[in-house]
Design a protein around this ligand. Sequence first.
Ligand SMILES: C[S@@+](CC[C@H](N)C(=O)[O-])C[C@H]1O[C@@H](n2cnc3c(N)ncnc32)[C@H](O)[C@@H]1O
Length: 188
Amino acid sequence: MKKQPLLVIEHCEPTLSEWLLLEYKHAVKLWDGNLVFTRIADNRTARVLQKLGAVQKEKAKDIFSNKKCIVLDPQAKKPLLPNDCLLCDVIIIGGLLGYEKPKGRTKKLISDKSNFETRNLGKLQLSIDGAVFVTKAIFLGLNLKDIEIAREIEIIHDTVHSTILPFGYPIIENKPVITPGLIKYLTR
Ligand SMILES: C[S@@+](CC[C@H](N)C(=O)[O-])C[C@H]1O[C@@H](n2cnc3c(N)ncnc32)[C@H](O)[C@@H]1O
């Protein structure tokens, strides 16, 4: 049985918005293993996240400096491979919401501040839970090229209105893997 690495979600947003919490909840469910939220400065956020996983005030770079860690960073040169997942102790994902035009915040806030290795999950910017989905698939032995990812998805509200989510979404059985509760949140 392969040993699943510890998944770290380094919380980098100033607040825990409803959207972010939906992604975190889905990420926890998808990983279904050891998971810790790091960089949790305030008690309110800690209380909410403690229901989902372990919580640490410090940053991953300070807690896991003696472990073999990989930061998932869209700007990394190398793609994440199944073997990387087997050889590392910890995989770090940015608790960052995406912007249509990525701002390189994973690199600025996490990769550049540590000496950890970095890996990408392809050219498209994924949501946090989307990144966890793809990481889990790679851990289970798939290669990136075997994972179908849509360039964006459109949420149709009615005959006139819709919202485009300009992020990569993994496709399973012809359906995008969307954060549970997100469509309801966006349509209310
Ligand atoms: C919504 S993304 C935020 C990306 C952020 N806007 C940036 O420019 O770095 C949330 C997290 O998912 C992971 N992620 C998303 N897409 C990725 C990709 N293509 N390659 C590697 N990691 C990715 C990263 O850990 C990232 O911090």
